[in-house]
Design a protein around this ligand. Sequence first.
Ligand code: LM2
Ligand code: CA
Length: 473
Amino acid sequence: MRRVLGIVVTAVLALAACSPAAEAPDRQGTPSPEAPNATPHVGVQLFQWPWASVARECTEVLGPNQFAFVLLSPAQEHIQGDQWWTSYQPVSYQLESKLGTRAGFQQMVAACHDAGVEVVADAVINHMAGIDGGTGVAGSAFTHYDYPGLYADADFHHCDTASGDIENYLDQQQIQECELSNLADLRTEDAAVREKIVAYLDDLVGLGVDGFRIDAAKHMRASDVQAIVEQVDGDPLIISEVIRGSGEPVQPEDYLDAGSVFAFQFAKDVSGIVPGGAVYRALDLVDGDVPSEQAYTFVTNHDTERNRQTLSYKDPDKYHLANVLLLAVPYGTPVLYGGYAFSDPDAGAPQADGVVTPVDCAEPGAIEYPEPGTWLCQHRAYAGLAQWAAVVGDAEPQNVWQEGYAVAFDRGSLGLIAINGNSTKAIEPELTTNLPDGTYCDALAPDDCSHEVRDGRVKVAVAPMTAVALYVP
Ligand code: LM2
Ligand code: CA
């Protein structure tokens, strides 16, 4: 069911500036005869990024560093307001939002495709708005259960809890037919509602979108999600958002017939492992019974960085190491994250006249405690590691070395990583590796090309809470 993302980009690899170093006479410039094809593997959620900024990021950063895909924030018309979460209260399916226009969206998809980056849209299809009424950002008038020309009262669930909201997460019917935070809940079991949703998703596919995050998938029956995505044109990638709750009647595994799922348990587990220092445990992480090919792994997303269920930029060293582990282990397809600093969890991205202003990334590592509203572009710190991940592909860990709070391993014979989870002590092990003899640069510090592999051995110095990653380009 899952589409294989991305394309083979050997030509770009051959031009890679570093790793192994230009000094290495045996590997200079051109790939060696045994050089592999790299398959872009890593995605990034660019939270609340306007389309024009996404386009630029694809061209300048994501494409050249072999990112596989970008996950957008919702593109449809939404309620007015400064908060970021207005994006999750649809008012119509016009592609006019605080993030840009339909034309801008189309240009962004084209730019990303030109750069070899696929585009995954955030599809908010479980519900419409959560307020009594008003006018959307593109001028559509609505009330809670009436969206003229699109949905009327009969298209919504009206459930019988006292509040009309979900009150008991042990009751499947409530989870799927009551309201999530007062958001008008669509009757996704009805053919007429499905038709409207499919038309919206088809419109996005027509503009070149390659896949969808299914927002609040847990709040729709798995059979509804499956029926909807099966009707959509083409064969888009589907990633359902189903937050695992222990003992709950709705679980991520239920949605595997519809495609892939986000691995929330992985995010929480990796966020728990790093502070304890036992980084080697990340090698064994799996998310329930979700197979690797259907798991979209991450450290944080826009919700968990706010509810603190996972690490985030607010835990600089630990977050860094968790992101390294995310890309280092073979389980799942990793999704990095790029957002903005906040103190108020409701605060929207920097905006003017209801439109998010262009993203201006902070210098990496320049600021320890960024001002609210600073664009952090956290994913850029892992651009080199995204290339490493593209090269090692799905090769299993080999030559696993573990001592104290450090772990090192090869991934097949094309990449090695050494990770130091100790927050005070540096390490300098001499490792056995499958890497061919040569001089290598560190994918996490591209200017450091001091790493010599001789006779299958390499000595790597790793500072506290950092990692060193080497690969064959
Ligand atoms: C999601 N996935 O299932 C999104 O990832 C998450 O960010 C969304 O919540 C949620 N589901 C609905 O799509 C966010 C935000 C909420 C916010 C909603 C709707 O986390 O706080 O709720 O979007 O905008 C807000 C208010 C809430 C109010 C509701 C309705 O915070 O107090 O409920 O709007 O007006 C009365
Ligand atoms: Ca529902």
